[in-house]
Design a protein around this ligand. Structure first.
Ligand code: FAD
Length: 399
C-alpha cells in the first residue's frame, strides 16, 4: 500500500504549517497543552474559532456552498493532523461538527440561512440536549414533555450531562410530543434559545473538579414551533443522522502527541540515575500502545480510502469511537505512571494559560491527573463502549 502524499498535498501541508506558525499564539498553544478535560474552555476555543473563520478555514468538513473549504479528504486529514501536531486548540464539536451538518441534511432553507452563518462566525455556541436522567443508552425512552400551546411548545422536564450548556446560547434537543406508538415515534427535534425564560442550567463537577457538563431544567419554557427540524414526531430520524457525525474519528495525531509527551516524562532521571524508560516492563507497555496507535492510524487511512471512493463510514465509525476512547484512557494511565510521585500535587493555577505560577515537577505533568480522571468519561460520552460494540455486532458483523 502506498500511503505517501502527492507533491500538491505536500505543498498544502507547508501552507498549513506556515499559517499555524503565524497565527497560533503561545497562549492558545498553552491553553490546549494544559487543557485538563475533554473540551477546551470557551474563551480559548472561541478565540481560535474566530481566527479560522477570518481565514475561511473554519469548516473543512462542510460542503463548499455552505461555507466549507472545498478540500479533498487528504487535505482534511493533513489539516487535522497538522493542527494537532502544532498544539492548536481543539474546537467544540456541537455547532460545527453536529448541528451544522444536521441542518445541512434536514434543516429548512430558512433554518439553514439563519443558523449556519452564525455557527461559522462563532456568534452562536451550541449544546446538545439528548440525554436525560434515566435516558442515555436507551435514548428513545426520553420524557422531556413538549405540549402544544398555540404557535409554541411548552417544555417541562430536564436534560443532563449537557456539555458546555453554561456557555451555550443555543441548544438542539429531543423532546417528547407524543406517547402513542413506539417510543421513537413521538420524538421531535427542536432548536432553542438558551435565554428563553423557564430554562436554568446547574453545574455538575467532574471528580477532578473541572466544570464541563450540566443539568438543564425546563419549566414552562415556550419554544416557537417554527424551531422544529423536520416533522413533528419524526425527530428520531434526524437524531440518528446527527449521531453519525458525533461518533468516529480515532484522532491518532492527538494520541501520538500524548505518547511523545509520555516518553519525555519517562525519560527524566530518577534517583540512582535511571529513567523509567530503562524499565523493561514500562517500555513494553509504551510499545504496545504505540502498536495500537499505528493500528488506529492505518484504520483511519482505510476509512479515508473508502470515503474517497464515495462510500460512507456508517456503523464502522463505532469501531473508531471505541478505539479512540480505549487508547486515550490507556495513555492517561501510562502518563500517571511516568509522573511518579509528582502526580500528587493538584496545581490548577499552574495549568492556567498566561499564568506565571511555577509547576511542582515537570510543567507537562500538571494536567496529567485531571486528564486521567476526565478521560474516564470518553468511554461513556457520545454512546458507551458497550453500546458501540452492540452496533458493531449487529450492523458490521451481522450477528
Ligand atoms: C463527559 C460527558 C459528556 C456528555 N455530554 C453530553 C451532551 O453534551 N449531551 C447529551 O445529550 N449527552 C451527553 N452525555 C451523555 C452520554 O451520551 C450518556 O452518558 C451515555 O449515552 C450513556 O448513558 P447513561 O449515562 O444514561 O448510562 P446508561 O445508558 O444507564 O448505561 C449504564 C451502563 O449500562 C451499559 N448498557 C446500557 N445499555 C446497554 C446495552 N443495551 N447493552 C450493553 N450494555 C448496556 C452501558 O454501557 C453503561 O456501562 C455526556 C456524557 C459524559 C460522560
Amino acid at each position: 500500500m502506498n500511503i505517501s502524499f502527492s507533491d500538491a498535498h505536500e505543498a498544502f501541508r507547508e501552507e498549513v504549517q506556515a499559517f499555524l506558525n503565524a497565527s497560533l499564539t503561545d497562549e492558545l498553544r498553552t491553553a490546549q497543552r494544559f487543557c485538563p478535560g475533554m473540551f477546551l474552555d470557551y474563551e480559548h476555543n472561541i478565540r481560535w474559532h474566530k481566527i479560522l473563520f477570518e481565514k475561511g478555514w473554519i469548516a473543512p468538513s462542510w460542503p463548499k456552498q455552505y461555507g466549507g473549504t472545498g478540500w479533498d479528504l487528504t487535505q482534511k486529514y493533513i489539516w487535522s493532523t497538522e493542527t494537532t501536531l502544532a498544539g492548536a486548540p481543539s474546537l467544540a464539536p456541537m455547532g460545527l461538527g453536529m448541528c451544522g451538518p444536521m441542518l445541512i441534511g434536514f434543516g429548512s432553507e430558512e433554518q439553514q440561512q439563519t443558523y449556519l452563518p452564525r455557527i461559522l462566525s462563532g456568534e452562536d455556541y451550541w449544546c446538545q440536549g439528548y440525554s436525560e436522567p434515566g435516558s442515555g443508552s436507551d435514548l428513545a425512552s426520553l420524557k422531556l414533555r413538549a405540549e402544544s400551546d398555540g404557535e409554541h411548545f411548552r417544555l417541562n422536564g430536564s436534560k443532563i450531562w449537557t456539555t458546555h450548556a453554561h456557555f451555550a446560547n443555543r441548544m438542539f434537543c429531543l423532546v417528547r410530543t407524543s406517547n402513542s406508538g413506539k417510543p421513537q415515534e413521538g420524538i421531535t427535534f427542536l432548536l432553542l434559545d438558551m435565554n428563553t425564560p423557564g430554562i436554568t442550567v446547574e453545574p455538575i463537577l467532574f471528580a477532578s473538579g473541572t466544570h464541563e457538563v450540566n443539568q438543564v431544567f425546563f419549566e414552562d419554557a415556550r419554544i416557537p414551533k417554527t424551531n422544529v427540524v423536520g416533522q413533528v414526531h419524526q425527530g428520531w430520524t434526524v437524531a440518528k443522522y446527527l449521531l453519525e457525525f458525533e461518533r468516529g474519528g480515532g484522532g491518532s495525531a492527538a494520541h501520538q502527541t500524548a505518547l511523545t509527551r509520555i516518553r519525555q516524562l519517562a525519560n527524566q532521571q530518577r534517583e540512582g540515575g535511571q529513567t523509567l524508560l530503562d524499565d523493561a516492563d514500562f517500555k513494553r507497555k509504551l510499545d504496545a500502545a504505540d502498536v495500537q496507535l499505528q493500528g488506529i492510524q492505518y484504520t483511519e487511512f482505510r476509512i479515508m480510502a473508502a470515503l474517497s471512493k464515495g462510500q460512507k463510514p456508517g456503523p464502522e465509525s463505532s469501531i473508531m469511537k471505541n478505539f479512540g476512547a480505549d487508547i486515550g484512557q490507556r495513555l492517561t494511565e501510562l502518563a500517571i505512571e511516568a509522573m511518579g510521585f509528582y502526580i500528587a500535587p493538584d496545581q490548577p493555577q499552574a495549568r492556567a494559560a498566561g499564568q506565571n505560577v511555577p509547576a511542582i515537577g515537570t510543567a507537562d505533568g500538571v494536567a496529567v491527573f485531571p486528564r486521567y480522571f476526565n478521560l474516564r468519561a470518553s468511554s461513556i460520552a457520545g454512546g458507551t463502549n458497550e453500546v458501540q460494540k452492540n452496533i458493531v455486532a449487529k450492523l458490521v458483523l451481522g450477528l
